[in-house]
Ligand binder design. Sequence first.
Ligand SMILES: Cc1ncc(C[n+]2csc(CCOP(=O)(O)OP(=O)(O)O)c2C)c(N)n1
Ligand code: SF4
Length: 422
Amino acid sequence: MSSLRFLTDAQLPFCKGCGHALVAQNTGKALQKLNINPLDVVLVTDIGCHGIVDKSFLTHTVHGLHGRSSALAAGIAAGLNNPGKKVIVFTGDGGATIGMQHLIGGAHLGFDMTVVVHNNMLYGMTGGQPSEFTPCGFKTPTLPEGSTKAGYDICELMVAAGASYVERVIGIGDFSDSFAKAFSASGFSLVEVMEICPSYGVKSNPGMKLSKLVEDAGWNVRVFADGKGPSFKTPVNLEPKSLLSEKLEVQPKYASSIQKPVSIMISGSAGEGVQSAAEFLAKAAMVSGLNSTKKGSYPVTVGVGFSASEVIVSPNPILYTGSPIPDVLIITSSDGLGYARAAASRMKAGVLYIDDSLDVPETGARVEKVPFRERVGAKNSAMYAVFYVVFHEKLYPVDALKDVFLSNKIAEKINIETLLQF
Ligand SMILES: Cc1ncc(C[n+]2csc(CCOP(=O)(O)OP(=O)(O)O)c2C)c(N)n1
Ligand code: SF4
């Protein structure tokens, strides 16, 4: 056994007698037996008491959302695609309940990872609610009369789903050999460690013995799949293409004279072309040799209410895309006014371009009232406003915006001349 260390010297963070501590210690011991470098191990923990063990491990650790740690680990395993690396998931029975489909999918697709289910028969961290693993008759603080149905047999489920190595162990003493077998199995492996949470399970079921409970529940303590059977492997693309295909590259054709970043917020109504206008504004900046970013905001009901977008154009790389106080604010409708009122009130300088049918909100910006809607109609008001602002703010040549506009099929619907009224 190697002398490599996997756990810090600090005391493990669990209540006295909690089986989670033994799982952590046995994990460290199994990895020592396998002589694996701690930095070749990625431990993905779930939400729950077991998950607070992160800080005790000297491996890489990732803390996932409740129930999603297996999905996260599957992505890591596929990305690493290296049998020399070990991806280990720690989850509770609560997290396994919430993320059951991720476990079934992981086993089915044969991701190279090991899931350790800390089955203490209840949701520990939140005070002892029953999970789908809680056995019949088992009492918890929120179910004092005891569960009336059987808990899941995760081991049988995993075998049926196609896992390569599956074992159930009683979480007492040394079970590091079981972990070592699971960690060295190829494909998807799972070990279910049976525990009783001393703080909620033992208190609610005084005198109950863990092995008796497991036996009465009809759960076998054994190896269910020994890792020797065929394990389906997800094909991994070893030559992934960049998401930024050549087609997305923009060749600068014009020049801009702006010296510093300018943030522009456009706020209007859904269905009035706000997002397209913002996209054209950002793209034409690139055609003019600038960097640009675009962020969209709209309610989940995308067809009604406000639609807003924040664009930054800059001669320098944009390292932060937020712009809580815009330099230029464009408001083209009353929905847009409702959304942008707070941003307008934060402006101590800059310019507010607002449709002249709207009341001017409280702002420290210079105000320009323009009849956007009257001149081009509601549907084209955002696009027109963008042309108008590029011209008046001298962000870059209007010709750049014209080029971007004319190369899009939207140009078949809007007469470009109507957008050039400055
Ligand atoms: C999606 C989601 N649902 C619920 C919670 C609240 N929550 C936090 S910890 C926890 C219980 C965890 O129980 P379990 O997974 O069994 O782990 P244990 O605490 O027993 O180790 C719950 C329900 C959450 N954080 N996220
Ligand atoms: S509440 Fe239960 S599961 Fe959580 S640390 Fe304490 S004993 Fe362990």
